[in-house]
Design a protein around this ligand. Sequence first.
Ligand code: DX5
Ligand code: ZN
Length: 216
Amino acid sequence: MTHLVSPSLLSVDFCNLAAGVQMLNASQADWLHLDVMDGVFVPNISFGQPIIKQIKKIATKPLDVHLMIVEPDRYFEDFKSCGADILSVHYEACTHLHRSLSKIRELGMRSGVVLNPHTPVSLLEDIIPMCDVVMLMSVNPGFGGQKFIENTYEKTSKLKELILKKNSQCLIEIDGGVNTENCKRLVECGADVLVAGSAVFASSDPLATIAQLKQE
Ligand code: DX5
Ligand code: ZN
């Protein structure tokens, strides 16, 4: 499979949100990445269900919703009804991760687990069969525009090994500081989905940047 690109709307000009979504509709992007932050799990607050509902009305691609919130299970039905297609929760925020991922699948969404930079992939050994996506944070979550953490290359390779060992179809998604410089190496290490916020929206030609990220 060729890898996917999931631009993060956290870096869009929110006064022109519709234009940003339409640009992504017209681009080579595969998914739209939506960062939900509660100011508790991460030191920042972004947006929630009302905004996602509006985006769903005009987006022509799957919505890849990244929950950076405590007690995410309380909102699974809500995010389903807002139009989430892939719903990812943080390993660090879920005491009963198996239950959380089962619930996400039962609701008809693809299930994702996200690991903070300090959380080792070895902890996923017993949960991989329940994951449609594992997302590795390559920055500390909470803000766009941060510097890529270099250890992510090695972590991606380790995760790829684990997925192969488990005979799983789970996708590896990388989130944070991804750009046209590091995307090739990430794909070589096993990344299947690249999230990019500032690299796309701060670019003078977002369509060309997305095309470059697709091409590696
Ligand atoms: C950070 C978010 C990211 C963010 C990525 O907590 O999860 O999705 O939007 O932004 P960049 O690509 O600018 O690092
Ligand atoms: Zn994200």
